[in-house]
Design a protein around this ligand. Structure first.
Ligand code: ZN
Length: 534
């Protein structure tokens, strides 16, 4: 008797090969058999006529690092069919922590709308962070990356300079420690201070260590608009010089002047692959980006951290220069009327959430750039924003590539408990949107290819050896969905809407979604990468 038997599903196994109709048997959390017809019974039997069975989706680009303490079931992800999230992206994450710089890391995380658990950052390294997460009981699996932002803060605080030889050695040894403990690689966020203060040589030195451990180097590259090509060149160079596997995070062409350049970007990556660099990318399927409002201020203003930024915002000496640079960046991103305030902390300004920067300027009788400065000052830089700065044509071109994984760039949320928060719909809709809006309705790509880009392809990039395929011996991370009704429902106006069409989600063989509802089970765990030799 199997623990679970799925009968008569359309199996799309994650390898990009043709779908077939068949049964799937699970025993002890592992896929025991996949065949047109399996004899024997199951303690649980699911009749799956008309439904698609696929490997659980692996979200290669997630930011659930701290939200997981509040929502350990990561409901918005489980109801998309996600079973593993790669966290610690964009250089923003929770470890390593140097006791003397704990407050600096706290500030950094707050700027990026990461809400600290009530007990604060009560760990120092990957192992302690992972052990704590395992103790709270997780709905899904997490595969954390070490973040360059946290590494730099641990050694250099938020200083705008190159590390000395000794400091670089300290960063390298902290990175090595986390990788030895089982972290899945390193991420950089090269538009966000202090990551943006790093020169290419620093990245290469760290990437060599990542390569030695056979793990992933994921980069939010230095520019995604006017300087997209140069930024890609830097990522390629890091790959070339260090031999590391490179993932370009959330590939896009930002700002009207750059619309259409996605094709050039994809060609550049293809050329690098032909030259032997193991480089690919991921993407979320929306025309708007979302990040901290501090993305509008130039990096020099953030040297020394949030307190220094607030001083510079208040200083009459820098006002003129700051206004000009903020205006330029706003225009790069589509203009002030296409930048909408999302997350905001204070009760006083709560009503501004959902308004664009032009509207706020009118309300305050000032220019949009002055409104941005005032908002950052009043909220101590902790303001989230959504930027409508991408074109559908580019979204489709990038989505069509089978070298590009699907990743949400969102976090696990709970629609009821988070209902007051403004956010980007990608946290709720990414995967069903690709399957529904793009594969079924627009025909941008086949269902088989879409699933490959969420499973088999991703497992290979991350180095997850026994996940991402429906295949005997693989872990039973699986999703069963209705291909006719699968659809994202979260919108920019109403983001807290769970997706439709996910019937069952299993993590490590246990149901976390059953007949469309969260079960409350916590079979998830923090995955630790085993050493290559073991
Ligand atoms: Zn990013």
């Amino acid at each position: 008797m199997f623990s679970l038997l799925i009968r008569g599903a359309l199996v799309i196994d994650g390898s990009n090969r043709e779908p077939f109709r068949g049964d799937i048997a699970v025993e002890k959390g592992t896929i025991a058999d996949v065949a047109p017809s399996i004899k024997g019974g199951g303690k649980a039997v699911v009749e799956a006529d008309g439904l698609v069975a696929a490997p659980g989706f692996i979200d290669i680009h997630s930011h659930t690092d701290l939200s997981i303490f509040k929502h350990p079931l990561a409901e918005s992800k489980a109801l998309q069919g996600v079973t593993t999230e790669v966290i610690g992206n964009c250089g923003i994450g929770a470890f390593p922590v140097n006791d003397e710089r704990r407050a600096v890391l706290n500030d950094y995380l707050k700027v990026h709308d990461f809400h600290l658990p009530s007990h604060g950052l009560s760990w120092n390294n990957f192992k302690q962070y992972a052990d704590q997460l395992d103790r709270i009981g997780l709905g899904l699996n997490l595969a954390p990356l070490v973040t360059h932002g946290a590494l730099r803060i641990a050694i250099l605080e938020t200083k705008d300079r190159t590390p000395s030889h000794k400091e670089l050695e300290s960063m390298k040894s902290l990175l090595t420690e986390s990788l030895e403990q089982g972290a899945w690689g390193l991420s950089t966020g090269l538009i966000y201070p202090p990551g943006s203060f790093a020169k290419t040589e620093e990245l290469v030195a760290l990437a060599k260590i990542v390569a030695r451990h056979g793990t992933l180097y994921a980069s939010h590259i230095r520019g995604e608009g006017a300087t997209l090509m140069e930024a890609l060149d830097e990522a390629i160079l890091v790959g070339k010089k260090s031999d590391v596997r490179v993932e370009v995070s959330h590939l896009k062409a930002m700002g009207k002047d750059n619309w259409g350049r996605s094709k050039e970007a994809l060609l550049k990556l293809e050329k690098a692959r032909q030259e032997g660099v193991d480089i690919a990318a991921d993407q979320y399927p929306y025309e708007a980006t979302s990040t901290s409002l501090t993305a509008l201020v130039p990096p020099w203003t953030l040297a020394g951290g949030v307190d220094e930024l607030l001083k510079r915002l208040a200083s009459s000496k820098t006002t003129g220069r700051l206004q000009a640079e903020i205006l330029r960046e706003m225009n790069q991103r589509g203009g002030p009327n296409r930048i909408v305030i999302a997350e905001i902390g204070s009760a006083k300004n709560m009503g501004l959430s959902g308004k664009n920067v032009s509207e706020i300027g009118e309300l305050w009788h000032c220019t949009p750039e002055v409104a941005v400065m005032r908002l950052l000052q009043e909220e101590k830089a902790a303001v989230g924003a959504v930027y409508f700065s991408l074109s559908e044509e580019d979204v489709v071109a990038i989505l069509s590539s089978d070298q590009v994984s699907v990743g949400s760039d969102g976090m696990g949320m709970n629609a009821e408990e988070d209902s007051e928060k403004s956010t980007h719909p990608r946290s709720y809709g990414t995967f069903p949107r690709v399957l529904g809006a793009y594969a079924r309705e627009k025909g941008t790509l086949s269902l088989t290819k879409a699933i490959y880009k969420m499973t088999g392809l991703v497992a290979g990039r991350v180095g997850l050896r026994n996940r991402g395929l429906i295949k005997p011996g693989f872990v039973a991370d699986m999703v069963l969905f209705d291909p006719v009704t699968i659809q994202d429902r979260a919108t920019f106006d109403h983001p807290h809407q769970y997706a439709a069409g996910i019937i069952h989600t299993w993590v490590n063989g246990y149901p976390v979604v059953h007949e469309g509802r969260i079960t409350g089970n916590t079979p998830g765990k923090v995955l630790r990468k085993k050493k290559a030799s073991s």
